[in-house]
Design a protein around this ligand. Structure first.
Ligand SMILES: [Zn+2]
Ligand SMILES: [Zn+2]
Length: 266
């Protein structure tokens, strides 16, 4: 790459640096010296599941690809769970994701093209002001008509901070472990869930099998599926993006699919 890299996007760069640093230093240090409560671990797990499913079932399969329909209360629940994951609003996420599918692997257009390297696809694309990272709203005109999507987009930062900072704070007060709750249910949970999702853009375009299509770098990777509620069957997903399933075989781990089936059944 001989071209010059664009300027650093300071807000996300500093935010990611601090949260990742805290996750590998502050959390173990506090754990070893002060201990962490069972309640903090419980909400770490609960929030990890909720935010993960908000992204896979909500952001990805419901809104970005419209692979199934859902009613009002479930849509609001998914919009809130997705905001807990701190991956930007449904509107911005969907706009970038649709461009990723349309122009996958194109370094000039794919927001997180693996052709710029593993690190770029994983996180690097958010750390600089790449022109490809600009959301293209012309691709999400349908989402602009969705009241839940636009409500979440307008109030995104209030919701995101309320859920990621306010809620752990309140739970910490309720269970008598404010610092532990902020560290586990807040910071560590968010950092872990970030990297699990980011692996779909990096690892699931890098290492695995391509049983369905050779048209793109997307691969099926069972390990990524395990970490992302079934999203690791990415070769299938790029080949059949309108399908609500990612893992189509009965033995493949795709709890997002099971959950959508359960919603449909109820
Ligand atoms: Zn997709
Ligand atoms: Zn992809």
């Amino acid at each position: 790459m001989s071209e010059r890299a664009p300027p650093i996007a300071w807000t996300p760069a500093v935010f990611f640096a601090l949260t990742n640093l805290a996750a590998v230093t502050l959390v173990p240090w506090w754990w070893l010296t002060q201990g962490l409560s069972g309640a903090a671990w419980l909400f770490f797990g609960l929030f990890l599941v909720l935010s993960g499913l908000g992204i896979t079932v909500g952001y990805h399969r419901l809104w970005a690809h419209r692979t199934f329909k859902a009613r009002g209360p479930l849509r609001v629940l998914l919009a809130l769970s997705g905001a807990l994951a701190l991956q930007n609003s449904i509107y911005n996420w969907g706009a970038r994701h649709r461009v990723h599918h349309r122009y996958v692997d194109d370094v000039e257009r794919d927001p997180h093209s693996i052709k710029r390297g593993f690190w770029h696809a994983h996180m690097g694309w958010m750390l600089r002001n790449w022109p490809t990272s600009e959301p293209d709203y012309s691709r999400v005109k349908d989402l602009a008509k969705d009241p839940v999507v636009m409500w979440q987009h307008r109030h995104y930062w209030t919701l995101a901070w309320g859920l990621n900072l306010g809620l752990p704070l309140l739970l910490g007060l309720a269970f008598g472990d404010v610092i532990g709750m902020l560290l586990l249910a807040g910071i560590l949970r968010m950092v872990v869930s970030h990297h699990f999702t980011f692996f779909i853009n990096s690892l699931a375009h890098w290492w695995g099998r391509r049983p369905y299509s050779d048209d793109s770098t997307a691969v099926d990777n069972g390990l990524v599926a395990l970490l992302t509620w079934g999203e690791g069957y990415h070769n299938f997903h790029h080949a059949f993006q309108a399908d609500y399933r990612n893992g189509v075989r009965w033995w493949q781990y795709d709890p997002s699919k099971w959950l959508i089936n359960l919603f449909a059944w109820t």
